[in-house]
Design a protein around this ligand. Structure first.
Ligand SMILES: [Fe+2]
Length: 305
């Protein structure tokens, strides 16, 4: 396991042609809060989170994943990681430096094994999180991202070796869940052409998740899969399609893991494992309703910002 690994997931950056519609949706019905925006870039926070932002949207004709950002413990850890990645032949996009995003901080970017831009930062200025009201049913924080990769084992090895992730569980050799703190997973891999599968936002419990689901259904947002509860991570799930076609999830009650005692399980993939309540796929819903993975056109290209 790598020393000085990452410590948390910070934010996801998406480039979308439907910039205004995506801003309105994510900052409106979805329940994030736009904290800063220009004509082509918008930053959204989760009100219950002290991260300055959990989502960055950029106006672009090309739909792509711009960046996935992780936290490091401190600047020395950022420097050590950048040096270690460079020495291992990983292509850096930028050396460690002061960041000019809201919240600032000190960080660098690199391309992961499939060419996804990844950012690692420390000393970001936290925002004042708000104590959500009971039943408010908006995301408390960003939970996890799931990515497609041509070789899941190789991707897992990369993130374990270079960023200090630990394997929490496997579904056969098909899907792997990775953690970088006590949360069961903030990252997972599925087979397929390199692209984002979905980004998940955490509600505080199933009751609030269901209230959020109801709020979206009343606004005719497409519920693709759910509500249900996965076995790996034991989290409740509900997957929706955003106006840009991105798959976004409300999740709740993701398992917390004790590093000292946790042993990874390999579950045999099957309907009872992906949906232990058996409620997720009624009325034609299911993963197939969320679309098919197509290669991200932004691989190996640094986003302009
Ligand atoms: Fe998920």
């Amino acid at each position: 396991m790598a020393q000085n690994g990452v410590t948390a997931l910070r934010y996801v950056g998406l480039a979308v042609p439907e910039f205004e519609a995506e801003r309105r949706f994510m900052g409106g019905a979805w329940g994030l809060k736009e904290t800063e925006a220009g004509s082509d870039l918008a930053w959204l926070s989760a009100e219950g989170s002290s991260e300055p932002h959990v989502l960055r949207l950029r106006r672009s004709e090309q739909r792509r994943l711009d960046v996935i950002a992780f936290a490091a413990a401190d600047e020395a850890s950022v420097d050590a990681m950048a040096q270690r990645l460079g020495a291992a032949g990983v292509k850096l996009i930028s050396e460690p430096r002061a960041l000019d995003a809201p919240g600032g901080g000190y960080g660098f970017r690199f391309f992961d094994l499939d060419g996804r831009p990844i950012e690692v930062s420390a000393n970001v200025v936290e925002r004042a999180a708000r104590q959500l009201d009971r039943g408010e049913s908006i995301p408390a924080t960003l939970s996890h991202v799931v990515l497609h990769t041509p070789d899941v084992k190789k991707a897992v090895d990369f993130y374990v070796q270079h960023l200090g992730f630990r394997v929490s569980d496997w579904l056969g050799e098909f899907m792997c869940f990775l953690r970088c703190n006590s949360i069961h997973h903030c990252l997972a891999f599925l087979p397929g052409p390199p692209t984002l599968n979905h980004a998940a936002f955490e509600m505080r419990d199933v009751d609030e998740m269901m209230r959020g689901v109801g709020r979206l259904l009343r606004q005719d947002v497409v519920l693709g899969w759910g509500p249900g509860r996965h076995v790996a991570g034991n989290n409740a799930f509900s997957y929706f399609l955003s106006p840009s076609g991105a798959v976004v999830e409300y999740t709740a009650e993701v398992e917390r893991v004790d590093d000292a005692t946790w042993r990874a399980t390999t579950y045999a993939p099957g309907p009872d494992i992906t949906d232990q309540w058996g409620t997720g796929s009624i009325d034609g819903r299911g993963p197939q309703k969320l679309g098919h993975a197509a290669i991200d056109p932004g691989l190996w290209q640094a986003p302009p910002i």
